[in-house]
Design a binder for this molecule. Sequence first.
Ligand SMILES: Cc1ncc(COP(=O)(O)O)c(C=O)c1O
Length: 316
Amino acid sequence: MSFSGTGKIWMNGKIVDWANATMHVASHVVHYGSGVFEGARCYKTPQGSAFFRLDAHMRRLYDSARIYRMEYHLDCDALTNAVVETVQANGLDACYIRPLMYRGYDTLGVNPLPCPVDVAIIVWPWGAYLGEEALEKGVDVCVSSWSRSAPNTFPAMAKSTANYANAGLIKMEAILDGYSEAIALSPEGYISEGSGQNLFLVRDETIYTPPASSSILPGITRDSVMTLAQDLGFQVKEQNLPREMLYIVDEAFFVGTAAEVTPIRSVDRIQVGPGRRGPVTTAIQQAFFDYINGVVPDRHNWLRPVEIPAVTTANV
Ligand SMILES: Cc1ncc(COP(=O)(O)O)c(C=O)c1O
């Protein structure tokens, strides 16, 4: 999907036209990946538009910034208000939300500290990340030859732009080898996650997912799915998982803000279970979509309603 090139972007407190949301090519982040970011969603529900767990995403943004010693002049609540303002300025009743905090323009030494901390908030309509069909039929994936980062190299818990150099290698290899996605292993050889999604496996109706120590980004969808699975009465085990589990499980699925809940139908050309969306995945997918679409009560307080004003295209 390429961008339409229209809409408004928030940049350091100002709402600017999409085309004017520019930064200097000598900005630190362009050269050294010195940025942290988030990916959240706003959904259209029968009661109106609502952010899904925006508070958790903004908290993770500030956690990532803290790990990278970045201090912005606005606090988490103020920047959350800026997200609301950006979505409203675009008049989108459902969208993907990308706040980005980065080291800007000052000097190009490796040391990021002299460079200012800048923020941009970009929003756009974004459908199913791995395709509408994938939500039903599932995706074919491989195990990547690239591992996730080792502890004490790049902090996996920080959602940093730098981490996505690794994710890009994982994704390109998968695509060029004819798969939709790949599953990367941790440096110790345990199952970690996809290039932009967490992973769940199901065997004998027990659900498994790798722990934070397997070099994963602790996803907000992962946390939500663990809660919803427990609500449905499933046992969820967070533990180190050997690669070969991928070939003997009954079901497997990816989760993430972009991918939502996407079944996996094969790994390394070995069919997962019967090779189609299984009953546990179906139940969890249903519970997740019912929740984000606001058709069940918001019992975990995950939805934050937002008034979306009508915006004429001339304004956007
Ligand atoms: C590497 C990686 N893992 C997991 C996830 C899922 O995280 P979340 O559910 O918070 O979107 C993402 C998406 O942001 C990701 O990029």
